[in-house]
Design a protein around this ligand. Structure first.
Ligand code: NAD
Length: 454
């Protein structure tokens, strides 16, 4: 079988075609990574830090080329692609400092001389499975912390992002990382499952169903696993908010990169008197969105699933306020859509749909809005738009989401803070920031007592 990846804006443009390597190739790659790991750890903090810093330099030096490749392979608008490349370099640079940070603590003995220590150590080979929507940033926010603390890593990218991942591997190799310390192995479900079966620690980002299977398989083997999954994210708008600003933030979170972010807004909950002005402002803002913000969706199947869902929702009584059509043009485009009165049992109201579509709900008060926002297992990121500190504090206390963003779009991530969802949107430890360094290491307790000779 061949893995192919096409340009979503120009489906005639084949970006890459590679032979699927198969499960045995994954096992071989993990074996080589395991053999390389003790040397990578023993090279020391200075060598690991310098190597990660050189990768950051290489990403920056190739920024324009990488941004263009992201645009071509996964259809991300250029401004966002540039932002992703800049973030990718920043993540490598951030984790380049990590080898020098403390890896444990010293404790007093209960009685008598000696030292009691904790020390965090790497697991061995990190198996990294990534989605296509952040084709450089997600592989990087998994690989950089794993490598910083002395693991080696095998990355299996999503088929749709194969060219980006292979180019990242080339830049990493050119930056002088020893052989087999970071391997990119293209593939699909077979290679992904083989990686879960062979790695010493597993980090997965992708859809909920696949992620649950990965968590089960890794847990069965007794290896640590984290999984960041799909979201069905809400934006709450209070009457005291700056409605025009809120509408702009929400339009960006609904339609930015065609809604193909796990943190995209797909449910807008307007409280009381906010409803009508917000509805009008949001329709206007969505209608102003152009290709520089929205872009195509990843493939024809996604486009057809999205337009089909809008059609079944309207057939079931929903009102389409704007968008929702696939325009007559090359590429897999869907106009940003806003719907009201979608029946509660319709898939658009219950499942992540990963496209530029949002549902507008009315809530009588903050309590009802928070209850509505929390009424999903897919709680990754919730935004709250308000001028009131009390509302912001209530939201921070009572919203059941991994990320709570006041007066900011639900989409948006700071790489130096922990990142992850609540309930069904996440499993295991957080990614990014210090949390990732903890995930890729295990604590050992060391007791050093006098040998009696002194
Ligand atoms: P996907 O679940 O289809 O694929 C994710 C990865 O898993 C790919 O590399 C795929 O090849 C691999 N895979 C498929 N079957 C597998 C199996 N049986 N065993 C092991 N690996 C397997 O997701 P996608 O379409 O690539 O990405 C979109 C999804 O990712 C959305 O649901 C989105 O919400 C989610 N996502 C989540 C976050 C987050 O941090 N929560 C971030 C970005 C994307």
């Amino acid at each position: 079988m061949t893995i192919t990846s096409y340009n979503p804006a120009d489906p005639a443009d084949l970006v890459v075609a590679v032979e699927e390597p198969g499960a045995q190739a994954v096992r071989d790659a993990v074996g080589r990574a395991a053999a390389a790991q003790p040397g990578w750890l023993a090279a020391g903090a200075g060598a690991r830090s310098a190597a990660l810093g050189r990768i950051a330099d290489a990403v920056e030096a190739h920024a324009d080329e990488l941004a263009a490749l992201i645009v071509r392979e996964v259809g991300k608008p250029l401004a966002e692609a540039r932002g992703e490349v800049a973030r990718t370099a920043a993540i490598w640079r951030y984790y380049a400092q990590a080898p020098f940070t403390p890896s444990g603590a010293v404790h007093e003995t209960a009685a008598g001389p000696g030292l009691l220590l904790t020390r965090r150590r790497p697991y061995g080979v990190a198996g990294l499975i990534a989605p296509w929507n952040f084709p450089l940033a997600i592989p990087t926010w998994k690989a950089a912390p794993a490598l910083a603390v002395g693991n080696t890593a095998v990355l299996k990218p999503a088929p749709e992002a194969t060219a980006c991942a292979l180019r990242l591997a080339e830049l990493v190799a050119a930056a002088g990382l020893p052989a087999d310390v970071f391997t990119v192995l293209p593939g699909g479900a077979e290679e992904g499952a083989a990686l879960v079966d062979a790695a010493d620690v597993v980090s997965f980002t992708g859809s909920t169903g696949v992620g649950r299977a990965v968590v089960r398989a890794a847990t069965e083997r007794g290896v640590p696993v984290q999984a960041e999954l799909g979201g069905l994210n809400a934006a709450l708008v209070l009457p005291d908010a700056d409605i025009a600003l809120a509408a702009n933030h929400i339009a960006a979170a609904v339609a930015g990169y065609a809604g193909q972010k796990c943190t995209a807004t797909s449910r807008v909950i307007a409280v009381g008197a906010a409803y009508e002005p917000l509805r009008d402002a949001l329709v206007k803002a969505l209608e102003l969105v152009d290709d520089s913000v929205c872009g195509p969706v990843i493939n024809a199947a996604a486009r057809d699933r999205l337009t089909g869902a809008v059609a079944t929702a309207t057939a079931a009584g929903a009102t389409l306020l704007t968008g929702g059509r696939a325009p007559e043009r090359d590429g897999w485009y869907v106009e940003p859509a806003l719907l009201t009165d979608v029946p509660a049992e319709h898939p658009l109201a219950r499942e992540e749909f990963f496209g530029p579509i949002a549902l507008l709900h009315a809530a009588a008060d903050l309590d009802e809005a928070i209850a509505l926002a929390n009424d999903t297992p897919h709680s990754l990121s919730t935004s709250v738009h308000t001028g009131s500190l009390d509302v912001a504090l209530a939201a921070a206390d009572r919203l059941d989401a991994g990320m709570i963003r006041v007066n900011a779009p639900s989409s948006g991530v700071d790489f130096h803070l922990p990142f992850g969802g609540a309930k069904g949107a996440s499993h295991g430890d957080r990614e990014q920031g210090q949390a990732a360094l903890d995930f890729y290491t295990v604590s050992r307790t060391v007791s050093v007592l006098p040998g009696g000779g002194a």
